[in-house]
Design a protein around this ligand. Structure first.
Ligand code: UD1
Ligand code: CA
Length: 564
């Protein structure tokens, strides 16, 4: 891992481990550009893939180096990008680039701000220690500022990871470079800065932007990825002398290569054999391509860690999702945000979950859910909708066509069919009948339903909240429960049933139903089941219609009894 030496101290001469690389003095993330080709109201670096913005990917990779300072340069949509950066890392230094364009200017603004921060820290330390440092030789009394390695990376390289940055930093120190550049080779290098190497040594003599390159230089396939390590002093001196005499009239960071070499520093490149890893996003095509590649890599990592992914092509897992061994993801599964799945659970097919915690051995089938917890061995779906605040206990069940929200369903309790459970607490081992609804909203406020443990509620119940059903209570099917049901009681709330004999033959004569009823009555051997009123109506009807169903003027057959 990365050494955690205090500021300015290199661990190399104290620690024998040769692979130990000192933490960088600073990482600078460039995020001031507009990203015109995205054609978006959202700044480019705030477009997301794998559930993280590109800025999030850059800052996550940067954070893995444990830099002393992390600076993010902003300008376009400044407020949005600055807020996002501070949200990702409250300790980040947000630096405003001025109106002078170019990556060189962006880094210059960052270095000035970082130097100022270092000076402020030193001044505070000196004030405390009472050490007066009178400097007469024209140098800054508090020293140069940032000292050591400064890592610079563009904010639009989403697949770049901390391991690659660490490798670049290690190479920078191992070779004693002034500048180390991460490069790769592309079949089509159009648009990129080309790496010009010295024959023999292989050192980098220049980076030439596509627009400034000669025809011969455009043949070069090795490109600048916009990821670098600079020695702070070399960078500071180089940036001080940069102009903008080039095809784009911008201050190019890449011109620091020439100044570093001019003062005798070594400029070397680390060639990555993984172009996708260092590829930048300029438009939405690249966003989709790299998004799919990121997903492919994420799934590959989980499969190597013991997760079964039946169909990687239709399975999407965000970068921050955590999966345990022996999890099975069935086709059409999308796991987003901070979703976690414990060992042996099966998710899918066709399930989309965001910030959901799934317990060991649970099954979640054809479900859409967010901000919910699914207990160990629980079962959800098919066709369930878990809204925020759903907590399903161990071996609980949320079944088919069930919607839940802000609902605690205890261990072993079941809501199997066609129900809505919202703003509710259900105890353990209770069963909620099919087609039940917690009626939680009175048009103004939301109210709670509380159902105890070992309760058995009937099908088609409405629980008009606030209402409580006690432990071990039953409710009758079709009940509208508006009053509390005490523990162990049966709650019934429905009209008495009455049967009107002969109604069908009387009011719907000639229909298949009436004929079926008549056949049953005949088979029973008498017509006593027909009530006198029904007999009279039936006789009148038959007299009027010649004992046959009537035919309307327009020819449509209908049972025109005249009754509604
Ligand atoms: C840059 C490199 C090029 C490299 C390519 C890789 C320079 C001069 N060129 O070119 O060699 O091959 O990246 O993708 O550096 N940015 C700012 N402020 C600015 C301009 C840019 O912060 O004034 C940021 C952008 O937000 C972006 C990064 O710097 O994150 C790169 O800028 P971009 O305009 O994409 O540079 P390229 O022309 O692609
Ligand atoms: Ca670019």
């Amino acid at each position: 891992m990365v050494a955690t030496a205090p500021h300015g101290e290199t661990t190399a001469d104290q620690t024998p481990a040769p692979q130990q690389t000192p933490r960088p003095a600073a990482v600078v993330v460039l995020a001031a550009g507009q990203g015109t080709r995205m054609k978006s109201a959202t700044p480019k670096v705030l477009h997301a893939l794998g559930g993280r913005t590109m800025l999030g990917h850059a800052m996550t990779a940067a954070g893995e180096l444990a830099p002393e300072h992390l600076a993010v340069v902003v300008r376009h949509e400044r407020e949005q990008v600055a807020a996002a950066a501070l949200d990702l890392d409250a300790g980040a230094l947000v630096v405003d680039q001025d109106e002078i364009p170019g990556t060189g200017r962006a880094v210059q603004c960052a270095l000035d701000a970082l130097d100022a921060r270092v000076h402020a820290t030193r001044a505070a330390t000196l004030a405390q220690s009472d050490t007066v440092h009178d400097d007469e030789d024209g140098e800054h009394p508090l020293g140069d500022g940032v000292d050591g390695a400064v890592v610079v990376l563009a904010g639009d390289i989403p697949l770049l990871d901390g391991a690659t940055l660490a490798e670049l930093l290690a190479a920078h120190h191992a070779d004693g470079n002034a500048v180390t550049i991460l490069t790769t080779e592309l079949d089509d290098a159009t648009g990129y800065g080309r790496i010009v190497r010295e024959s023999g040594t292989g050192d980098v003599t220049a980076i030439v932007e596509h627009k400034d390159a000669t025809a011969a230089q455009r043949e070069i396939r090795e490109i600048n990825s916009s990821v670098y390590v600079f020695d702070a002093a070399v960078l500071r001196r180089g940036l001080g002398g940069l102009g903008s005499d080039n095809a784009q009239g911008e201050v190019y960071l890449t011109d620091v290569v020439a100044s570093a070499r001019a003062e005798g520093g070594a400029v070397r490149a680390l060639l990555s054999d993984d172009p996708m890893l260092v590829e930048g996003v300029n438009d939405r095509l690249a966003l989709a391509t790299l998004g799919a590649e990121l997903n492919r890599r994420t799934l590959e990592r989980w499969m190597r860690d013991g997760v079964t992914v039946v169909d990687p092509a239709t399975t999407w897992v965000d970068a921050d999702v955590e999966l345990a061994p022996d999890v099975t993801l069935l086709p059409g599964t999308q796991l987003h945000g901070a979703t976690t799945v414990a060992a042996g659970a099966t998710v899918g097919p066709d399930t989309t979950l965001t910030d959901v915690e799934i317990g060991a051995g649970a099954t979640v089938v054809r479900t859409h859910g967010s901000l919910s917890v699914i207990g160990e061995g629980a079962s959800v779906g098919p066709f369930a909708y878990l809204r925020p605040g759903t907590v399903l206990g161990t071996k609980g069940k949320i079944g088919t066509f069930v919607e839940t929200k802000n609902a605690e369903i205890g261990a072993g309790s079941k809501v199997p069919h066609l129900s809505y459970v919202g703003d509710a607490v259900i105890g353990e081992q209770s069963n909620i009948g099919a087609a039940s609804v917690t009626v939680n909203y009175d048009g103004v406020a939301k109210h709670r339903t509380v159902i105890g443990s070992h309760a058995r509620t009937g099908a088609d119940n409405m629980f008009v909240a606030p209402v409580t059903v006690g432990d071990g209570a039953y409710t009758a099917a079709g009940s509208i429960i508006t009053r509390d049901v005490p523990a162990g009681s049966l709650g019934v709330s429905r009209a008495q049933q009455k049967n009107i004999d002969g109604w069908v033959e009387s009011r719907r004569p000639g229909t298949p139903a009436a004929e079926a009823a008549a056949r049953t009555r005949d088979a029973a051997g008498d017509d006593a089941t027909l009530a006198p009123q029904a007999k009279r109506e039936l006789a009148e009807h038959n007299a009027l219609n010649g004992a046959n169903p009537s035919t309307d003027d327009d020819g449509d057959a209908s049972a025109s009894t005249g009754s509604a």
